[in-house]
Write a protein that binds this ligand. Structure first.
Ligand code: 3PG
Length: 396
């Protein structure tokens, strides 16, 4: 059920779980994307005359108040994005919250303090959930990026109040469904990033679902080394060689092509503009490390993107934070963006560094959908059930 299904929201107290876990430096929000993503739900409900009560976590404060994890820090950024002044309560339960809610007028927006300032949040404790539920008539979850957590505000509340998906939750689920649920084929996945160990489940699930799996970034070295090729000083999890081989065997039996780099850009130092050369993958010097996939590999990756109807992308192809080792990531991202703009490709990306990498490539507005979710995006791509999503369909 979505917010379209809420009959007469005017005057109702609607608890809206949002993800306001945004990066902050020197007391300022450095990336407002997550706030922008939840703005439509908040403004829509406010315009409909609901009393909009925002629940969110911020950082990992371990069940106690921590000054620099107070949501009060992000009020100016929320006001700016929403174009209106929100109210704030210094606690998410108890007198502070109750008083603030009681004095709300229809259309007001109230932000409650960090739910993780209470131990009951992460424990999904029934008593704490009841306390939260007291302040609402209806629960809306618009925090897909926190839906992999079975916490009071992401899962528990749906058992206590009529529960609905917000606009961002809806958009995320629709995009992911297009990407991997019922995608147009062929489907190509690009998985990059440093380590195989953090993405074993993801790789195992993808080989069963996609037509081609491009492996880039540091994790490609583990696959290359598993084939008996020397990767010099490159980042490599040698102990995962057997796992890499097993994934390749699973891919083969599932009819999924594994696309590994055929060349690499190598350097002797991990720093911007370090002296570098492009070598064949079998010729990585013993004292050098691969920091990006090479031009021939990019050509092959782009050929796969050209053949694909759907692309799912998680993780950069190289050390995109330092030039010129961002070349492959930028080139493939730009090509995918062009294909998408030409109407030939559905491109869905998300998780950790991916948004930063695609931002760096300047393509965030050209992909079909870029999820702001980190862990939740990964778990969804791993084929796992997200408690915050599952409960919405069950209670609906
Ligand atoms: C995120 O930043 O990915 C979400 O807000 C979830 O945060 P968490 O990993 O601290 O639960």
């Amino acid at each position: 059920k979505t917010i379209d299904d809420i009959s007469s929201p005017a005057g109702k107290r609607i608890l809206v779980r949002v993800d306001l876990n945004v990066p902050v430096a020197d007391g300022k929000v450095t990336d407002k994307t997550r706030i922008e993503r939840v703005a439509p739900t908040i403004l829509e409900l406010s315009k409909k005359g609901a009393k909009v009560i925002l629940l969110a976590h911020f950082g990992r404060p371990k069940g106690e108040p921590v000054a620099d994890m107070s949501l009060s820090l992000i009020i100016p950024a929320v006001n700016e994005v929403l174009g209106t002044k929100i109210l704030f309560a210094a606690d998410c339960i108890g007198q502070d919250a109750e008083k603030a809610v009681a004095s709300m007028k229809d259309g007001d927006i109230l932000l409650l303090e960090n739910t993780r300032f209470h131990k009951g949040e992460e424990k999904n404790d029934a008593e704490f959930t009841q306390e939260l539920a007291k302040n609402g008539d209806i629960y809306v979850n618009d925090a897909f990026s926190a839906a992999h957590r079975a916490h009071a505000s992401t899962e528990g509340l749906a058992h206590h109040l009529p529960a609905y998906a917000g606009r961002t939750m809806q958009a995320e689920l629709e995009a992911l469904e297009k990407g991997l649920g019922a995608p147009a084929r062929p489907v190509v996945a690009i998985v990059g990033g440093a380590k195989v160990s953090s993405k074993i489940d993801l790789l195992q699930n993808l080989v069963k679902k996609v037509d081609a799996l491009v492996i880039g970034g540091g994790m490609a070295n583990t696959f290359i080394a598993a084939q008996g090729i020397n990767v010099g000083k490159s980042l490599c999890e040698h102990d995962l060689g057997e796992t890499a081989k097993a994934i390749m065997a699973e891919a083969e039996s599932a009819g999924c092509a594994i696309v590994l780099p055929v060349d690499a850009v190598v350097a002797r130092e991990f720093k911007a503009n370090a002296a570098n050369e492009t070598v064949a993958i079998e010729a990585i010097p013993a004292d050098a490390m691969a920091l990006d996939v090479g031009p021939k590999s990019v050509e092959a990756i782009n050929e796969w993107i050209a053949k694909a109807s759907t692309l799912v992308w998680n993780g950069p192809l190289g050390a995109f934070e330092i030039t010129p080792f961002d070349t492959a990531t930028v080139s493939a991202a730009k090509f995918a963006a062009e294909q998408t703009k030409a109407g030939k490709l559905v491109s869905v990306a998300g998780g950790g560094d991916t948004v930063a990498a695609l931002n760096h490539a300047g393509v965030v507005d050209d992909f079909t959908y870029i999820s702001t979710a980190g862990g939740a995006f990964l778990e969804w791509m791993e084929g796992k059930e997200l408690p915050g999503v599952a409960v919405l369909s069950k209670t609906a």
